[in-house]
Write a protein that binds this ligand. Structure first.
Ligand code: SAM
Length: 327
């Protein structure tokens, strides 16, 4: 990763985004990718979705949607995932397949987290920050509804949205808890085969100049507050994991304070935590940073991956961590 100390070049469009956010982004990205990525904040995103294998299959769902004059196109690297043209988004959200839970609209970056965690039928899984449940449901599908997923969400409104989505998808292996994730590790130490922590964050990768409210409350302070919560959550997630188990930590933020720095914090607490290499089916990625401002991170942080945003994919951060097995 190269750093650039040049002042960011602001196009008239960029002026809506906080200048400090742009300046930080320029230091995080390489000079080759910066301008291109800046443009993604002004573009509409493509609509992507995946079939719910608990209620349908890719062929039947495709035919069902085509009978409504929709044109789903398969995503070649992820079986069961599709895109539709922008103009068809509304019709998709008004389809019976949508209302009856045969499909779930989800960004492709989000689908990578369950894909990497790879839960298996019969396992005990914890989803520590679960609402509205896109990743929980994808995991339930991968597990063929066999096993146990504890899905935790402390924000009441979001919890009910999660419950509704779980019911609609027929995901009977999912058990929902209106709880603060910070206490789960202490209550259930060493209990889960795999844990997903898709952490609450400053949501920088969801910023869009088409929706200025998306970044209206951005500040360095917000990043630091997120980091504080993320550190508590990652320790809780870690404690809840069985020896030999795997934790997938992800955020939709570009901020190193919320990504590499949180994982580095865990590695310092437990030197037995081991970052696993990540093999991704897309190439719009870069390795995790080893340095940010005055801080250096463990060399293994280069095994974490940053998904660079495109028209089709949101920016995302992913890391897979294994707990030492019992001797
Ligand atoms: N994984 C979800 C999905 O794929 O649909 C999205 C999760 S979102 C990035 C983070 C969630 O963490 C939010 O729903 C937020 O309300 C929740 N959250 C906030 N504070 C939390 C806490 N202390 N413990 C657990 N979850 C928390």
């Amino acid at each position: 990763m190269q750093r650039s100390d040049h002042t960011p070049s602001l196009s008239p469009n960029d002026q809506g985004l906080p200048p400090e956010f742009i300046e930080r982004l320029q230091r995080i990205l390489t000079p080759e990718t910066f301008e291109e990525i800046l443009q993604t904040f002004h573009a509409t995103k493509e609509t992507t979705f995946r079939v719910n294998p608990l209620k349908s299959d890719a062929d039947s769902l495709k035919k069902e949607l085509e009978s409504l004059d929709l044109h789903p196109e398969a995503i070649h690297w992820l079986p069961g995932a599709f895109r539709v043209p922008d103009a068809e988004r509304r019709a998709l959200t008004e389809s019976d397949a949508f209302y009856e839970g045969r499909l779930y609209i989800q960004n492709l970056s989000s689908m990578l987290a369950p894909l990497l965690l790879a839960p298996e039928p019969g396992e005990r899984i914890l989803d520590l920050a679960a609402a509205p449940g896109g990743k929980t449901l994808m995991m339930a599908g991968m597990m063929e509804n066999r096993g146990w997923i504890s899905a935790v969400e402390p924000v009441r409104e979001r919890f009910y949205k999660l419950r509704a989505n779980v019911d609609r998808a027929g995901a009977s292996c999912v058990h929902t808890y209106l709880k603060d994730g910070r206490g789960v590790g202490r209550a259930l130490p060493g209990s889960f085969d795999r844990v997903l922590l898709d952490a609450p964050c400053s949501s920088e990768a969801k910023f869009s100049t088409l929706h200025p409210r998306s970044y209206a409350f951005w500040s360095r302070r917000k990043i630091k507050e997120s980091r504080k919560l993320q550190r508590r959550l990652i320790l809780s997630a870690w404690e809840s994991l069985k020896p030999g188990g795997r934790l997938l930590y992800s955020t939709c933020s570009f901020a190193p304070e919320e990504n590499e720095e949180v994982v580095d914090f865990l590695l310092r607490k437990d030197p037995g935590a081991r970052l696993l290499p990540i093999d991704l089916p897309v190439d719009n990625t870069m390795p995790g940073l080893l340095q940010w401002e005055k801080k250096s991170f463990a060399p293994s942080l280069s095994r974490s991956r940053r998904i660079l945003p495109t028209r089709e994919m949101d920016g995302f951060y992913l890391v897979l961590i294994e707990k030492e097995p019992n001797p």
